[in-house]
Design a protein around this ligand. Structure first.
Ligand code: ZN
Length: 458
């Protein structure tokens, strides 16, 4: 049966919403559809122009950067290459936690900025602001990258997602109506998973028949394993699957593609940035959204050569409300040139291998997403600078915590109250305070480590 809502959603309802919200999303989208096919050199020139404008703005309007640039001897108006910013120290999560108000543009009132927060796969919670236009350009970038998979406005999608707040929004009638008519997305909550839930995902997907799935990588893999273990043949197959929020291993990709008989489009993004890079239909690497972000891959404060692993340092070229300049996002990646047969000049990158967040398994056969816990448990506990959760056995969890400035007895009380809500009453847990959390040999920081295989519940 033809999908009659789809053209109405795309051509009538969505443009009406844009008009009502005075949104610049479509303007940004139209621009980005063109700029993605500029040559690599033209894109670098565009980045330099935007970077210089941002640096001049930040120096003038954000007290934190005025001081930082002065101390580094950096003169924004004299910039002539992208590498000039190498003399500015990286912006750490701690810098943001401590200087939120001075990193922000002093001319922006709080009501002109949109607050947001992240648990981060690194377990260091972060609160920050976006200006309104940046919200629209982020939406536009997401739309553009979605289109590479065949997903356009009005198309039905499913989200196997570990962030419940995206779902609770749908409790309101208006939000449900909007979802029915425009977003057309079924959300399958993967923050905690049981066998019954997996069976219900299978049923809902068959009934809803979405064209594209967007999923936490580990959740998608777990669902694929469930379908394999239960010898499923009658499950739904989408046209494409986007994996995000967690690192996708090659072995995970292989199984997902086999079970669902479609290609996986891996994506790299974060809550503080939205989509940073994603695969096109050639799957040669992830195209960086270079009109909005400058990515550096750094080792010992020097850019690495193409093909080498470096720490990712990111500058958001368009968030004037609270500029992130040389933000150390605590991920690692590999610059991979700019030669893709799709014709896009957007540079390519690859993510460093290795999982950062594992699932936990509870004695009552529930699977808890480590990535979701960073948002719900860690980001909501006041004063945690960093955390790591380790499950050695099914009924034993160790919480390693680096205390931040605001960590008090109340924080501990909050944690003790919340932990059983996720893990149940029979799990023994231990809280250890540490000065720092060591990195893995890969240079990565792992938020959650579990020695228990979630497939044990199948
Ligand atoms: Zn490409």
């Amino acid at each position: 049966m033809p999908d009659i809502i789809r053209p109405i959603a795309k051509n009538i309802i969505f443009p009406l919403i844009i008009l009502r919200e005075k949104s610049s999303t479509l303007k940004h989208l139209a621009e980005m559809e063109i700029t993605q096919f500029l040559s690599a050199e033209e894109i670098r020139n565009l980045q330099l122009e935007r970077l210089k404008k941002l640096m001049v703005h930040a120096y003038k309007n954000c007290p934190f950067y005025t001081k930082r640039f002065d101390e580094a001897g950096f003169k924004p108006e004299k910039m002539h290459s992208l590498e000039d910013i190498l003399i500015i120290p990286v912006l750490t999560k701690k810098d943001i936690q401590r200087n939120k108000e001075t990193i922000k543009d002093k001319n922006f009132g709080k009501d002109m900025l949109i607050p947001n927060k992240t648990g981060g796969s690194t377990g260091s919670p972060l609160h920050f602001y976006l200006d309104a236009d940046r919200l629209f350009s982020r939406q536009a970038a997401t739309f553009r990258h979605n289109r590479w998979t065949g997903w356009d406005i009005g198309v039905k999608t499913a989200a196997l997602w570990g962030h419940r707040e995206d779902i609770s929004g749908l409790q309101h009638f208006k939000a449900r109506l909007r979802n029915f008519l425009v977003d057309r997305r079924v959300i399958l909550d993967t923050s905690s998973i049981t066998l019954e839930k997996l069976a219900s995902f299978k049923l809902q997907l068959r009934q809803f028949n979405p064209m594209v799935y967007i999923a936490y990588a580990n959740s998608m893999y777990l669902f694929a394993r469930y379908l394999k273990e239960t010898n499923s043949t009658d499950h739904h197959r989408p046209r494409a699957i986007i994996t995000s929020a967690e690192v996708l291993d090659p072995e995970q990709r292989m199984l997902i593609e086999k079970i669902f008989d479609c290609r996986v489009f891996d994506r790299y993004g974060s809550r503080e940035t939205s989509v940073i890079a994603s695969e096109c239909d050639k799957h040669t690497g992830l195209h960086i959204c270079a009109e909005t972000f400058l990515l550096e891959f750094i080792k010992e404060n020097k850019p690495v050569a193409s093909g080498e692993l470096g720490k990712i340092v990111i500058t958001d070229l368009l968030n004037y409300g609270m500029p992130f300049i040389r933000y150390q996002i605590e991920d690692a990646g590999i610059p991979a040139g700019d030669n893709c047969s799709c014709g896009r000049g957007l540079p390519l990158m690859k993510m460093a291998a290795g999982r950062v967040t594992d699932f936990f398994v509870t004695p009552d056969r529930k699977i808890i997403s480590g990535a979701s816990l960073t948002i719900y448990l860690i980001a909501n506990t006041p004063g945690i600078a960093q955390a790591q959760l380790i499950q050695e056995k099914i009924d034993e969890i160790v919480f390693k915590i680096v205390k931040g400035d605001n960590f008090t007895e109340e924080s501990l009380k909050f944690l003790k109250n919340e932990i059983p809500k996720y893990f149940g009453d029979s799990v023994k847990y231990q809280i250890e305070y540490v000065d720092q959390i060591p990195l893995e040999s890969s240079g990565k920081y792992r938020f959650s480590i579990s020695k228990v295989d979630p497939a044990e519940i199948f």
